[in-house]
Design a protein around this ligand. Sequence first.
Ligand code: ADP
Ligand code: ZN
Ligand code: ZN
Length: 752
Amino acid sequence: MTKRNGDLIVGVWPLAGFDRVLHYRVPATLASEIAEGVLVRMPILRKQHTGVVREIDPLPDYPREKLKYITGIVHPHPVLTPDLIRLAEWMVSYYAAPREAVVEAMVPAPVRRGVKSKVEKFLRLGEVVPTSEEEEALRRRAPKQHALLAFLRQQLKPVKKPLVLGRLGISAQSCAALVKKGWVVEEARTAHRAAYVDDFAGHELVAARKVVLNEEQQACTDAICASLETGAFKVHLLAGVTGSGKTEVYLHAMQAALAAGGGVIFLVPEVALTPQTVGRLRARFASRGVEDVVVWHSMLSDGERMDAWDALASGRARVVVGARSAVFAPLPNLRLIVVDEEHEPAYKQDETPRYHGRDVAVYRAMLNRAVCVLGSATPSVESWVNATSGKYLLNRLTRRVDDRKLPVVQVVDMRREILKRRGSTTLSDVLVEALKLRFEQREQSILFINRRGYSSSMICKECGFVAECGHCSIALTYHRTDETLKCHLCGDETEAPHRCPGCGSPQIRWRGFGTQKVEDIVQRILPAARVVRIDTDAMSRKNRFRELLSEFRLGKIDVLVGTQMIAKGLDFPNVTLVGLVDADLSLHVPDFRANERTFQLLVQVAGRAGRGDLAGEVIVQTFTPHATPIQFGRQGDVDGFLEEEVRMRQQFGYPPFRHLILQTFRGPNAEKVAFFAEHWTREVVKLAGDTVEIRGPAPSPVEKIKDHYRYQVWYFTKQVTKFNRQLATLRERFPLPDDVFTTVDVDPASVM
Ligand code: ADP
Ligand code: ZN
Ligand code: ZN
């Protein structure tokens, strides 16, 4: 650094609700620790705040006396690596989000608050193993050292050094002698580490057996490794049918990135729902001497989160697995980002900053000249268009491993079932017979129904009263387990009435069905079977999901009934029947992605069947058997569906051919919301001209949530950042009243 006259000056992004850089002096004692991205403490007015160092020495000639001093450094490692700083700038302009919200999404709360992590020494067995002669010699000449070695052999995980030495009465020198020979390894770990390591050990840990890649897997792995070697930014779309061994390809690519000294981020839609994938990663890399895989999930305590973060920032750990926010892990030398199930809407955050984890992954890989691998059996239309246009590289796995058959999908026309039985029916004859057969053969079945609860609505036969939520514009769902009516939007619940609240008649009817009812029906059909329901209602306890999966794997459960939360990445060899009880649920939704979602659900669900040596059967119930996604889904024709869908999107100028930006206005007063939405939209029309196509304002498909009325405006544009700037300018001179709120969602995952 050049010689300055006086103290160093830094520009800081404050985490205190100011959307601009503030300048401070750095006292000489802290100057050596200052770097871009470091979190510092500093005063604003009379209060202490924290902020991230954004610029160093930006004002060489500024009169220093006018500036205040920063008062401390919160964490020795930068909380934002240089690439994260640039990523933040991009997110601010692309997602129209306040800078502070972006930084808060990137830096976990305990890190921002400066929670300290405590480093302790741990011992474990080394990679070097003594020969039998050496072992014998040790036993005779240094029995204590031998005892330590024997003790460590019995341990499944590293143990705290002071604890063991104390208990076995061994000196530090004796221990050092073993370390020197490589028989024992001493490593620094943070105190809470054990917690997040153990959390995913055990239950679903899959043995780290080496598999020999098949030809297709090898070709995909080679392609990705070739990109890694070039050191250029590349995106690969790994489109592989369910059970084709995508995870194995990821693992090989990760090995290559690690061997080259790089860091790896592995994103999954939701950690709690993908214990098998996490188990496989841990099993593979824990044995490589790389410090364990950091599992980043929502259940971490502050201390655990701090330690997990510190392990990554310090470079002690180079692999992180987690849901979307793991894309911001502060890895110093990021080489590879894997986004598993890249089509999943769960990657989109539904509060500010409303970023898409997959898209951020691609951008971050670009900033690092790293490789990004997007994997799915049912690629999103967005990624498909990028891959077929040559922007991404397309790698395919067309066969299941060991050439296992893709399951046969049978579509049942529920209109006929109703005629046959003269009334409503939940499970068709075909599905009932299939369930019975599997049970007799001691094989397992899974039924999917994407609605929780028992019945989807309560209707009075006398007066037509429908029980709706008092705060939202949807019908209440009947939950029989606790005899309540629940709102699935706001969570409000009331006791289920026995008489109509409108006219007092006892003639109440329940319509539609959810997981609870399906569970009941299956249990009645198969009284001797063990039927278990998995949905968020049943998952109140932390490890319940993993326990149930273990029981299912061990064959203790015959039929699983669940929402699509159980459809993700599960691999059970003994499942031979999968039923999709109502394929129409996601189809008749006023969203341009309804077809895509329905197709994806169908194919993913079907993919859970026939993963072992037994062939699988899939039964799909629908009232619209000829709908496009159901027809293509039945054939498992991913290319066919995507071609059709791409054609539609292109014809209507829908994403990804133009970006969609969704602006929502909401507030307790419907007229006021409508008035301001309309007024605003007229201003936007004047401002944006013909670079933007505007639709609306119109009431949102869900008109009311939590007592707020909602209106939406759609903007179609090819220039997101430019349009965002125009919106921001307008916002500055367009005051909204206190009770009208607005949000902007770029590339929304849902338009409801
Ligand atoms: P996908 O993610 O494509 O659905 P997985 O990676 O889960 O598929 O693989 C399905 C199963 O096949 C897993 O149990 C996996 O261990 C196994 N597998 C993957 N590749 C091979 C291979 N080359 N040889 C044998 N088994 C394999
Ligand atoms: Zn009534
Ligand atoms: Zn509600």
